[in-house]
Design a protein around this ligand. Structure first.
Ligand code: C2E
Ligand code: CA
Ligand code: CA
Length: 348
């Protein structure tokens, strides 16, 4: 049930062995070890995972007995647990109906200031309260919505309900910024600009409190319209955030050409940065770049106390977000979370 593999072997290297294991439909665990560069090890791990192999750990040699022990203990508890079922992806008709029937609900994840831990804003993350299947996550419907011209309706529903929630918080004395995810596909026509301004105006929102997190899953179709909309949003003081920075099309060229004033470093460079030198190098360079560009930096994927400590000590990141601080939650839970978080901050 368990293979400990050195990536560097005589006659057959680790990558080739991984391919054979995949062909044999090996269902046990695999622990990788190597004296090579950490980045090679990381790639071998990705390859093995892409083949559906359960990689329990990847270690640079020499491997300390404690590290091996942790992996083996985890393996022992995981065995016997049923494999997670594949996530169902929904079809266009059902998603369209969900939007119309008001089945989408917003969850909110806190964004806190790194230097003092204060709550500065929330990110809106949509969920689908499915009548039969329960709570459905965005990876099961956003992509289909984007490909089938439903993303405009979806974004509008999410944005309006986020704005109403913003007003409730403001009325109860809580001063926050509110972030909404926007896809490049929302930026195809100037209507979007008008829609945002009008709805924010109706609740008397100062647009400095609105953050639009822009992600791009495909190349821009009409860069001029996109540029025009984004620039005009900035002129109206909306914060524009480049989301998932460092992945996909969230690139340096975009940072150069679009007037972003917030940079969100993707979780893949944040979590474990203290233990992984390539993540750390990319994280630190991104934070440094944000500072030099004079824009706000956000680290997402702060999953554990080590991630949080690393950022606090690095002294170069403005805002943090992640499971260590809080998971996305329904609006009603925010106040109770904030109290619990401030206790955690005081007793740390
Ligand atoms: P995102 O904008 O990068 O949002 C962050 C995702 O990471 C969220 O997943 C969040 O729950 C998760 N996350 C937060 N903290 C941690 C952490 O510490 N570790 C890890 N591993 N993950 C963490 P979620 O809610 O499932 O959303 C997935 C993606 O779906 C979002 O990624 C965003 O791209 C998209 N999405 C969500 N809501 C909307 C929306 O209203 N409109 C659009 N266009 N896209 C949305
Ligand atoms: Ca986001
Ligand atoms: Ca992100």
């Amino acid at each position: 049930h368990l293979i400990l593999m050195d990536c560097q072997m005589p006659e057959m290297d680790g990558v080739e062995l991984v391919r054979h294991l995949a062909q044999l439909r090996y269902r046990g665990g695999l622990v990788l070890m190597s004296g090579e560069d950490e980045r090679i090890l990381h790639t071998v791990k990705l390859l093995a995972q892409a083949h559906g192999i359960n990689v329990l750990g990847a270690f640079k040699k020499p491997v300390a007995p404690t590290m091996l022990e942790q992996v083996l203990t985890r393996h022992a508890t995981e065995r016997g647990r049923p494999a997670r079922p594949d996530r169902k992806v929904y079809g266009v008709v059902e998603i369209e109906r969900a939007i119309k029937n008001g089945e989408l609900v917003n969850f909110y994840q806190p964004k806190v200031s790194v230097p003092d831990g204060k709550l500065v804003g929330v990110e809106t993350l949509v969920r689908w309260q499915h009548p039969r299947d329960g709570l459905v996550f965005p990876d099961q419907f956003i992509e289909v919505a984007e490909k089938n011209l439903l993303i405009d309706d979806l974004t509008r529903v999410v944005l309006c309900s986020a704005l109403r929630q913003y007003r409730r918080w403001r009325d109860s004395g809580l001063s926050l910024s509110i972030a909404v995810n926007v896809s490049m596909n929302n930026l195809k026509s100037l209507d979007f600009l008008e829609f945002v301004t009008r709805n924010a105006g109706e609740i008397g929102m100062d647009l400095t409190h609105l953050v639009l997190e822009i992600t791009e899953s495909q190349l821009m179709h009409n860069p001029l319209t996109v540029l025009e909309i984004l620039t005009r949003l900035r002129l109206r003081n909306v914060t524009l955030s480049i989301d998932d920075f460092g992945t996909g099309h969230s690139s340096l060229a975009q940072l150069r050409d679009i007037p972003f004033n917030e940079l969100k470093v993707d979780a893949g460079f944040v979590h474990d940065a203290c233990r992984n030198s390539s993540r750390r190098a990319i994280l630190e360079a991104s934070l440094d770049m944000a500072r030099r560009l004079g824009i706000q930096s956000v680290a997402e994927g702060v999953e554990d106390i080590d991630d949080w400590k690393f950022l606090s000590e690095a002294n170069s990141c403005d805002i943090a977000q992640g499971y260590f601080i809080a998971k996305p939650m329904p609006a009603e839970s925010l106040i109770a979370w904030e109290q619990e978080w401030s206790v955690r901050q005081r007793t740390k």
